[in-house]
Design a protein around this ligand. Structure first.
Ligand code: NAG
Ligand code: NAG
Ligand code: NAG
Ligand code: NAG
Ligand code: NAG
Ligand code: NAG
Ligand code: NAG
Ligand code: CU
Length: 686
């Protein structure tokens, strides 16, 4: 479908790398054959493919993921338990980040696919100056799947090179560590293992001890940041901290505040867990649950989406002006990949929980590198620039089964809906554990919740806004109880006010975080959660005429349960919740540079308190049933006045051509899934 027109000079530049890639992949396939997954015929055809690719298509990287068959992507704390594989992963990441910038399989170029430096990748061409990543639209979930796989392929390729650098007598050890190496995910919603911090130190420490051929050495931690080198290439563009040559998280005077990242994740986790759980229970079609686009949300009442949750993690890692808070540079922070792998995992799990729904047709919401604003895309649209063979890019349907790309997740190992539901209950269900204070860390003021009981309601603050309404991201911080005044909990440093009460938090041993200046709304004792409108560095994303409306929700149920437990609130029923909220719920909006905004001053910004009855589940094999959310109009918050949604020209709505009532394509077809070598995996009728 997609015919790449590839400039000659680019092709010759890429040739050497491509040859290396294909040869190493072929070598590894021979060395690590997985008998169950390979027949002699398949092997021949694979070698033939490789040969013909070398001859015909030098310059085009095909996305295959990592080889050796199908293996699980592990949670980062699980991967770390395998000391050799963890060591190899870190060395591969180090090598990957050091690859020359003109190598299409370098960290620089792969991260650069997402947004800046706005260069075409792998000969795919560019229709418009911009990145390739679709956000706030229907292909958000599926486009990032081959994107993660090309990253995984590069990590594996570098790991192979690392293995080759070890002396001959150590090859066996490192070869076995290499086998099945897949990129890890970071589950920010699940309770961390007891006594461990919200964000593992392996992501936050500046340095890390590793075994290299010459022995044990300490290196710069490749999960801490990416460095562009001594100076920042000018093509990385504008941005307060983007002028700095390494990625930064919640920057304070050009220093990453990873201590703050950990502390805020500890606060925000309870809200993320409630959001993930409510989404799994929502049962809405995958196409709606995956994207933050507002128009597709109006039929079903659960307004949240995996993309909306994803946006908040971006915002909380980036803080004000950190790279993760800007779509166009976010992918350079190594945190991005740990985070997105988790999003891909949740979306894969959701495929099992709500089967037979997938990418809905929709409109492209802005001019992008590969697409025009307003263009219709669907599950068969090529996900440029990710080639599956010499001629065409993967479509969303091509990557519906993750095993096609050589991986799965622990929860999807058996493709069993029951098992996924049990995992969702176990990992994201409410309050099975008692509240506990983290050792050596801040006490989380947020109540972890309790299981739903009959007569319970789920209450959320639903927020709607223009994704690209500001030059950068903006965050809504929600409080239950006394609102922090502007002076006592200044939102952000260095541009926020510094006066205020220091949060009762201390740096954690063994990490390099510097907590000396964390004055944040997220640390206020009345804080219940945030939502981030994740934007790019330019408002309007190059076209300010049509707003990109997105919606997310901030759960306040666990916080209300705490009030109930303390006898301050009679029940979770709207009759009790509505007056309570009217008097006690408030929120603040912090935009780029830490500037605070009055809600009324932000075009297209709306909030609503919504509540729905929850039917508790009878067992761990079921999810509770969330009924329809209804608005609580008497809550009367700023910007909560009734409003009428008028779809913009670029919005995807149920009226968008080809979007059926159920929100997905209903034409039946049989899809055969094969692994990257063409071996049959399974088939399904969709
Ligand atoms: C951060 O680094 C950039 C680029 O080196 C510099 O222009 C800016 O002044 C620095 N900001 C602070 C607060 O030190
Ligand atoms: C900051 O706090 C100090 C001590 O409470 C107070 O004297 C001062 O007026 C405050 N400054 C501002 C700008 O609020
Ligand atoms: C943290 O480090 C200090 C100083 O090294 C030590 O005294 C303390 O026991 C450590 N605390 C924990 C919880 O490890
Ligand atoms: C924390 O950051 C401040 C300001 O940059 C610096 O003065 C201080 O030395 C740092 N402390 C630690 C323990 O790194
Ligand atoms: C912005 O989008 C609108 C709506 O599709 C379109 O009419 C207009 O031409 C676009 N403007 C630019 C500068 O791309
Ligand atoms: C507001 O919160 C306080 C503290 O929980 C509670 O005592 C009070 O009743 C609440 N207001 C209303 C109207 O419910
Ligand atoms: C806090 O800041 C917001 C936004 O600038 C402003 O609307 C509000 O009046 C301020 N509140 C106080 C108490 O100063
Ligand atoms: Cu993202």
């Amino acid at each position: 479908m997609v015919a790449y027109s590839k400039p000659r000079s680019f092709a010759s530049m890429l040739l050497a790398v491509f040859v290396l890639l294909q040869v190493t992949v072929a070598f590894s396939h021979n060395g690590h054959m997985h008998p169950a997954h390979r027949s002699p015929a398949a092997m021949d055809s694979h070698l033939e493919d490789t040969r013909s690719m070398l001859v015909e298509r030098a310059g085009n990287v095909q996305v295959k993921g990592a080889p050796d068959g199908q293996f699980p992507r592990l949670e980062i704390r699980e991967l770390k338990k395998n000391a050799d594989q963890w060591n190899l992963f870190l060395l591969a990441m180090e090598r990957f980040q050091n690859k020359p910038k003109n190598d299409p399989m370098s960290y620089y170029q792969i991260a650069g696919i997402h947004g800046r430096p706005y260069l075409q990748w792998n000969g795919a061409g560019m229709k418009h100056t911009g990145g390739y990543c679709p956000h706030g639209q229907n292909t958000f979930g599926s486009w990032h799947r081959p994107y993660l796989s090309v990253y995984e392929q590069a990590v594996y390729l570098n790991a192979q090179e690392v293995v080759a650098s070890f002396p001959r007598n150590q090859q066996g050890r490192w070869q076995s560590a290499l086998r099945g190496l897949r990129i890890p995910y970071f589950d920010w919603a699940a309770e961390p293992p007891r006594g461990e911090p919200a964000v593992p130190t392996s992501i936050r420490d500046q340095t890390v001890s590793v075994i290299k051929p010459q022995g044990r050495v300490t290196i710069r931690n490749p999960l801490y940041s990416y460095s562009w080198g001594n100076s920042l290439p000018s093509e990385m563009g504008w941005g307060p901290s983007n002028g700095y040559p390494t990625t930064l998280r919640r920057p304070v005077s050009n220093r990453s505040d990873n201590y703050g990242v950990n502390a805020i994740f500890g606060q925000a986790r309870v809200g993320w867990r409630q959001r993930v759980f409510a989404l799994f229970a929502s049962g809405q079609p995958w196409g709606r649950a995956s994207t933050a686009a507002f128009g597709v949300k109006t039929i079903r009442s659960n307004a949240d989406s995996f993309e909306s949750i994803h946006d908040d993690i971006h915002g909380q890692v980036g803080g004000v002006d950190g790279h993760m808070a800007y779509l166009d540079v976010a992918a350079f922070d190594p945190f991005f990949w740990l985070h997105h792998t988790n999003i891909d995992r949740l979306l894969t799990m959701y495929q099992m929980v709500v089967p037979n729904t997938y990418v809905i047709p929709g409109r492209v919401n802005r001019d992008m590198a590969q697409w025009d604003a307003g263009q219709l895309t669907d599950a068969n649209t090529p996900l440029v620039p990710f080639l599956k063979n010499s001629r065409s890019a993967y479509s969303s349907n091509d990557v519906k089964e993750t095993r096609v790309l050589g991986y799965y997740y622990p929860e999807t190992a058996s493709r069993s809906r029951q098992e996924v539901i049990r995992a969702v209950n176990r990992l994201y269900g409410q309050g099975e554990r008692p509240m506990w204070k983290r050792d050596g860390e801040d006490a989380a003021p947020i109540y972890p919740g309790r299981p739903f009981k009959a007569g319970d309601y789920d209450t959320v603050l639903s927020v709607v806004g223009d994704k690209f309404g500001m030059p950068g991201s903006y965050q809504v911080h929600c409080f239950l109880g006394a609102q922090p005044s502007n002076g006592t909990a200044p939102s952000h440093l260095p541009t926020g006010m510094i006066n205020g009460t220091a949060p009762t938090v201390k740096p954690i041993n063994g990490t390099t975080g510097n907590g000396t200046s964390n004055f944040e709304y997220g640390f206020d004792s009345t804080y219940v959660g945030s939502h981030t409108f994740l934007g790019g560095s330019v408002a309007g994303s190059g076209n300010g005429t049509a707003p990109t409306l997105v919606e997310g929700s901030i759960p306040i149920t666990a916080a209300l349960q705490e009030k109930e437990a303390n006898g301050e609130l009679a029940s979770l029923h709207p009759d009790h919740v509505e007056p309570y909220i009217k008097e006690n719920l408030s929120y603040k909006i912090v935009g780029p540079n830490g500037q605070e905004f009055a809600p009324e001053d932000i075009p297209n910004f709306h909030v609503q308190v919504k509540s729905c009855e929850v039917q508790p589940s009878a067992s761990e094999d079921e999810l509770p049933e969330y009924k329809d959310y209804i608005e609580l109009p008497r809550a009367q918050l700023p910007a909560s006045q009734p409003w009428t949604y008028t779809p913009g020209p670029l919005d995807t709505t149920p009226d968008t051509p080809a979007v059926s009532d159920e929100g997905y394509c209903v034409s039946k077809q049989t899809i055969r899934y094969v692994d990257p070598d063409g071996n049959f995996l399974y088939e399904e009728v969709v």
